[in-house]
Every structure is written in structure tokens, then in C-alpha cells.
Design a protein around this ligand. Structure first.
Ligand SMILES: O=C(O)CCC(=O)C(=O)O
Length: 221
């Protein structure tokens, strides 16, 4: 069984499985991977958002993020004037975040395994909502306690251009188009690469409406 730092793509470097696009040594896009899960995901997502609705958070530097956020799982990522962190409670309600729905967890675990990361037990799912014009600046996911497990990111709704950079903020990012149902997995040597999302273009998705929702699974605790 390959460890988290093995070259997971060595055997298929010349011929990638259909639907998998390699974007780094240990990162890939699984095209349309979440589509068969959508009918199970959306009711679960609605239940989570009824309990912990989207809200716009403020960065420690005082900027209001253009994406609105919520979370589910044992831990939720939050930001305010005092810093970035994971919290077991939703700061709005002071109640635990909604539990991570089983279909969401299964999708993330299966996508991670299909990308070569067989050890994956996500305990946090950050839910980002982008309306047209909203974006996410280049950043690293590094508030998690350890980096041995990958990040799994599921795109729903309007298309986006995902920026996948290097290990320095100044490294020129690849531009990767993401569509409804695509899943990106990055881990191992790529786990701390800078990434972000360009401003979402105007549009209307037939299922999700005028928005993009992104589910980002991490092992945080
Ligand atoms: O929306 C996306 O595709 C990426 C989200 C992201 O970068 C994050 O939550 O850290």
C-alpha cells in the first residue's frame, strides 16, 4: 500500500485513468466524480446549512471575505479579528457544528482513495459559497494539526478557475477550470501548495442557481 509520500502516479504517468487530470506530483482533478452523488449530497447540504447558515467572515487583517462560509464535522474553520483557527463550535450559535453527513464523508474518502490516499479520515468540511464576483485569494491550508492527509475539494454549481500554485506565494499558479461535480485532491508533497479561486463569472447553473458551492474536506484535529 503506498504511503502518503509515494509517487502515486508512477505506474500510470503515461496513461491517466479516464477523467483524472494530474496537476502535481500528488494532486489531481477527478472530472465529474461527484455527479453520481449529487442527489444524496444536496439534501444533506441543505440540512447542514439550515443549522449553520452561510455567513461572511472577517480576516485578522480586517477584510470581509467575499466567499460566505459554513462548516460541518467535528471542527469548523473560522476567522475573525483574533486569527484563523478550527473550532468545535459554530461561533454564531455557540453550538457544535452540524455533524458531517455520511454521503459527504464517503465521497471524500472514496475520492482520496482513488487519488492514491488510502488513509483518510476527514473531521472538517468547510463549505464556501461564491456568488458572481466572489473569489478566494492565494493561501495555504495550514491550520490543520498535521499534513499527512490530503485536502479533497468538491465543486458544485457555477464554473470556477482554480489557481494551483507552488510552495511560495510568488510561484506562478496553474489555472485549472473546475465544473459542477469535479473533485480536486492534493496531498503528500503537494499538500501545502498555495491555491485560490479567481472571481466567479456571472451565470446561472441549472441545479445550483447563480452560485458556486465548494466543499473542502480536511483532517484538522
Ligand atoms: O473553492 C475552492 O475551490 C477552493 C477553496 C479553498 O481554497 C479553501 O477552502 O481553502
Amino acid at each position: 500500500m503506498p504511503g502518503p509520500t509515494a509517487d502515486l502516479f508512477a505506474d500510470d504517468a503515461l496513461q491517466q485513468p479516464a477523467g483524472r487530470e494530474r496537476i502535481g506530483d500528488q494532486s489531481c482533478v477527478l472530472r465529474g466524480y461527484a455527479l453520481p452523488w449529487i442527489d444524496r449530497l444536496l439534501p444533506e447540504l441543505r440540512r447542514v446549512l439550515a443549522q449553520s447558515p452561510f455567513r461572511q467572515m472577517v480576516t485578522p487583517g480586517g477584510f470581509t471575505m467575499s466567499a460566505a462560509l459554513s462548516s460541518c464535522g467535528d471542527l469548523g474553520w473560522t476567522t475573525d479579528a483574533t486569527g484563523y483557527r478550527y473550532s468545535p463550535v459554530d461561533p454564531r450559535s455557540q453550538q457544535p457544528w452540524p455533524s458531517m453527513p455520511e454521503a459527504m464523508r464517503q465521497l471524500a474518502v472514496k475520492a482520496a482513495a482513488d487519488a492514491g490516499f488510502t488513509q483518510y479520515s476527514p473531521d472538517a468540511c468547510l463549505i464556501n459559497r461564491y456568488i458572481p464576483g466572489a473569489k478566494m485569494s492565494l493561501h495555504q491550508d495550514k491550520n490543520e494539526r498535521r499534513y499527512s492527509e490530503p485536502v479533497v475539494s468538491v465543486s458544485l454549481g457555477l464554473p470556477a478557475i482554480f489557481l494551483f500554485g507552488g510552495h511560495e506565494r510568488s510561484d506562478k499558479p496553474q489555472k485549472v477550470s473546475l465544473f459542477h461535480g469535479d473533485v480536486v485532491v492534493w496531498g503528500g508533497v503537494d499538500r501545502l501548495r498555495f491555491h485560490g479561486v479567481m472571481p466567479i463569472k456571472d451565470g446561472m447553473h441549472p441545479i445550483m442557481g447563480p452560485q458556486r458551492i465548494n466543499l473542502t474536506f480536511r483532517t484538522a484535529g
